[in-house]
Design a protein around this ligand. Structure first.
Ligand SMILES: Cc1cc2nc3c(=O)[nH]c(=O)nc-3n(C[C@H](O)[C@H](O)[C@H](O)COP(=O)(O)OP(=O)(O)OC[C@H]3O[C@@H](n4cnc5c(N)ncnc54)[C@H](O)[C@@H]3O)c2cc1C
Length: 427
C-alpha cells in the first residue's frame, strides 16, 4: 500500500486549511477530492468573516481572491405584499483590514489549493474516496479510485453528509430537522450596475438577508451578496419543513424570490452564470458527532461545524479553523508517535479553547429558539402591517401613531412577544 503521513478527504476549506498547515510543517500530506478541481463541488452563500481566522494563517490573506469587502449590511422582513428593511453601514465597516468579504468558492478554493501545493501538499482531484480502511477499530487509510492508501491519520473533511465519519462509526445518519438545503444562483452583472444599485464603490460590497415570505414561512431565509462582477442570491430552508402540505420546489421559491419587487430591480439585466445546491448542518452543538477516533479526525461541515444565527450563516471560518486545529492535533500526536484516539483527543481540547466550540456552546440554544414559525411568518407580516398603517394617509383623519401601532400590537400580541423574547434570551 502506498503510505502517507496524512490523508485528507475533501478539498473544501477544512481540507485545504489542514493541508496548507501540515505541508508548511513538512508533513507528507495528500488531499483526495472527488470534484474536477478544488471548489468545483463547494457551495457557500459566500461570505467569509475573517477576524476569527486571521491569526491562524497570518501570511495568507494579502493576495486572497476576495470578491468585495462587505461595507453594507441589510436585513429585510418580507411579508406577502410589503417588506420592512433594516440597514447598517458606515466608515467602521470600511476600515482596514476589513471585517468580512464575499467569496466565490470555485475561485477561492482553487487559490487556497495552490497555496497548499506551493508548500508541498499533493492534491488529487477526480478521486472519490469510497470508504475508510478500518482494522480492529482503527482507521489505517482509505480506499479510493480502486486502490488502498495508508496513512498515520485520515482527516475527514468530506462535507455535510460525511460518509467517512459514518463508516468509521463516529456518527449516525442525521435527521431532516438537523439539516437545511441551500440553493444558490450566481448572476453575472456589470460592476457599474452593482455600484449604482447597491451604493458601493469599487471593491466594496453589500450583504442582505431576507426572512418571511421568501421561504413561505418555512424555517430558513434568503441571502444576496455582491461579488466583483456578479451577485450571489439564494435560499436556505430546513429539510424537515420542505414536505407535507408545505411541499414546494425550492428552485421555484428562488424564482419567486427573484421576482419580488425588492429583488428584481437589483438583479435586472443579469445572466445566470452558476446554479448550485448543497446541504448545511444546522443542529449546532446538539448534532455534533464524535470529532476523532483511532487514526481519524473529522473537520468542517463533516463535524457539523456550521451555525445559522438568523443574522449570520457561518461555516467557512469554522471549516478553516477546524482544519488548522486538526493539523495541529496531528503534529502533537506525531511528536508522541501515537495516533490513537486518546492522543488525538487534543483536537477536541484545541477546538474547545478556540472560538469554534466557544461559539457552539454560546449558541447551543439557537436552533431551538429559531424553531418558532412566528419568526418566519407572523413577525414579517406584523412589521409590514404596522409600517403600512404608520405611513398611510387615509381619506379621512389619521389615527395617532400610538393607536395605529396598538391596533396591531394588542395585549395578547404583547404577551406573545414577551414569551418569544424570554425564549430568545438563550441566544
Ligand atoms: C447555500 C449555502 C450558503 C452558505 N453561506 C455561507 C456563508 O455565507 N458563510 C459561511 O461561512 N458559510 C456558508 N455556508 C456554509 C459553508 O459553505 C460550509 O460550512 C463550508 O463550505 C464547509 O466547508 P467544508 O470544507 O467543511 O466542506 P465542503 O466545502 O462541503 O467540502 C467538502 C469537500 O469534500 C469533497 N468530498 C465529499 N465526499 C468525498 C469523497 N467521498 N471523496 C472525495 N472527496 C469528497 C467534496 O467534493 C467537497 O469538495 C453556506 C452553505 C450553503 C449550502
Amino acid at each position: 500500500m502506498e503510505r502517507f503521513e496524512v490523508i485528507i478527504i475533501g478539498a473544501g476549506l477544512a481540507g485545504l486549511a489542514a493541508a496548507y498547515t501540515l505541508a508548511g510543517e513538512g508533513i507528507e500530506v495528500v488531499v483526495l477530492e472527488r470534484g474536477e478541481f478544488p471548489g468545483a463541488k463547494n457551495v457557500s452563500g459566500g461570505r467569509l468573516y475573517l477576524n476569527p481566522v486571521r491569526p491562524l494563517f497570518p501570511s495568507l490573506w494579502e493576495d486572497a481572491p476576495f470578491e468585495r469587502k462587505i461595507v453594507h449590511e441589510g436585513i429585510t422582513l418580507l411579508a406577502k405584499e410589503g417588506s420592512v428593511a433594516l440597514e447598517y453601514s458606515g466608515e467602521e465597516l470600511r476600515r482596514p483590514p476589513g471585517h468580512s468579504f464575499s467569496v466565490l468558492r470555485s475561485r477561492f478554493d482553487r487559490w487556497l489549493a495552490e497555496r497548499a501545493e506551493e508548500r508541498g501538499a499533493a492534491i488529487l482531484p477526480n478521486t472519490l474516496v469510497e470508504r475508510p480502511l478500518v482494522e480492529q477499530g482503527r482507521v489505517i487509510g482509505v480506499r479510493a479510485g480502486g486502490e488502498d492508501l495508508a496513512a498515520d491519520v485520515v482527516i475527514s473533511c468530506d462535507g455535510a453528509l460525511s460518509l467517512t465519519a459514518e463508516k468509521a462509526g463516529l456518527r449516525t445518519p442525521g435527521f431532516p430537522r438537523d439539516y437545511a438545503v441551500g440553493v444558490k444562483e450566481v448572476i453575472a452583472l456589470d460592476p457599474g450596475k452593482i455600484a449604482d444599485r447597491f451604493h458601493v464603490s469599487e471593491g466594496e460590497g453589500s450583504a442582505r438577508l431576507y426572512l418571511g415570505e421568501v421561504t413561505k414561512g418555512m424555517f430558513g431565509g434568503g441571502f444576496l451578496y455582491t461579488n466583483r462582477d456578479s451577485i450571489s442570491i439564494g435560499l436556505v430552508i430546513r429539510i424537515e419543513d420542505i414536505g407535507g402540505e408545505a411541499a414546494r420546489s425550492v428552485p421555484a421559491l428562488l424564482d419567486e424570490f427573484k421576482e419580488r419587487p425588492e429583488i428584481c430591480s437589483l438583479v435586472r439585466g443579469g445572466t445566470t452564470a452558476e446554479y448550485s445546491a448543497h446541504l448545511i448542518p444546522e443542529a449546532g452543538l446538539r448534532g455534533m458527532g464524535k470529532l476523532y477516533g483511532d487514526g481519524i479526525i473529522i473537520a468542517g461541515d463533516a463535524a457539523g461545524l456550521a451555525l445559522n444565527l438568523g443574522l449570520t450563516v457561518r461555516g467557512m471560518e469554522y471549516a478553516l479553523a477546524s482544519g488548522y486545529y486538526a493539523a495541529q492535533a496531528f503534529l502533537r500526536a506525531k511528536g508522541k508517535r501515537d495516533f490513537s484516539a486518546p492522543s488525538l483527543e487534543v483536537y477536541r481540547s484545541l477546538l474547545d479553547d478556540s472560538f469554534v466550540l466557544k461559539d457552539f456552546r454560546n449558541f447551543a440554544g439557537t436552533p431551538d429558539v429559531l424553531d418558532n414559525p412566528r419568526y418566519f411568518e407572523h413577525y414579517p407580516e406584523l412589521a409590514a402591517a404596522v409600517f403600512r398603517d404608520l405611513y398611510k394617509v387615509p381619506a379621512g383623519s389619521k389615527d395617532t401613531l400610538f393607536s395605529t401601532v396598538r391596533r396591531h400590537v394588542d395585549l395578547k400580541e404583547i404577551w406573545s412577544i414577551l414569551k418569544d423574547l424570554k425564549k430568545a434570551s438563550a441566544i
